[in-house]
Ligand binder design. Sequence first.
Ligand code: TXA
Ligand code: MG
Length: 322
Amino acid sequence: MTILRPADPDGIAFAAALLRAGRLVAFGTETVYGLGADATDAAAVARLYEAKGRPRFNPLICHYPDADSAFRDVIPTGAARSLAGAFWPGPLTLVLPRAPGCRVALLTSAGLDSLAVRVPAPEAARAMLQAAGRPIAAPSANVSGSVSPTTSAHVLAGLGGRIDAVLDTGACPVGLESTVIDLAGATPVLLRHGGVTLEALTAVIGPVTVAGQGAADGPLRSPGMLTSHYAPCLPLRVEAVSAGVDEALLAFGPPLPGAGATFQLSEGGDVVDAASRLFEGLRWLDAEGTRLGLRGIAAMVVPQEGLGVAVNDRLRRAAAPR
Ligand code: TXA
Ligand code: MG
């Protein structure tokens, strides 16, 4: 059952407590309703992907009550500080390098070295984020592939029964997703048009390159648009049914015998578990395999059901020739 609560002090405290407990809570921002989860809790983020039915792991935006808390998880540049000063709280998302020791789960940023951060405008949303006391990952609160919701009724129509609660903050005034700008590279790149215009950005930080744009809700056109797209250094093969002593094994369920190193995605063969540990596992096997002089990573079969679809999508892309 999904609980609908008004955004009064009780409702805000209730929503924050659920988020701290790893539950899924939709809340209104100035742009669209977001489906929130504790960004530091990979299991909660995996359940978020599951609830949305996303067929792949797109990186998610982390939401904060203020710029100071946002800039603890990333390395802010001068341009980032200027844009935050001009447009936060408001419909602008900044992509920046993850800070060393960043507490945000790798699954939240789909394994990237960068992180998208934003401070939404509505007071109720920021009060909830403040009370949650941790970054909250929030994609639009709709089932993957359907339109972004701008009222709590839209959220319930799509996700009712699949999430724990909705904090009703009224209709979203902007109705269009936040602008996303990548500041992690040498020059600023606009990744998604949205609530803050290109002209407004340029007025503050000068020239901004525009990446191939599409619908406001669309995925990134290509991984090349990302400043730091993580792929393992060691070659990866999928659907392994045996493993060599010179291979690192990404196990799912009872591990294949004989591998030189093993990372268990899910002992019990649970795809949501596996999703929460996927990026951590790839990075660990890459480092450990390289340290041990192994020749590659062998990934066991993950069933093509539920979040297994997204896990397999990511594994196949990591295994593609490059
Ligand atoms: O207005 C909004 O931004 C809404 C509300 C809820 O805040 N959220 C939203 O989230 O639209 P979502 O997940 O639908 O869109 C996130 C966008 C995607 O285009 C994603 O690719 C991009 O942000 N993004 C997130 N992290 C990124 C990263 N590390 N590098 C590049 N792009 C990133
Ligand atoms: Mg969306």
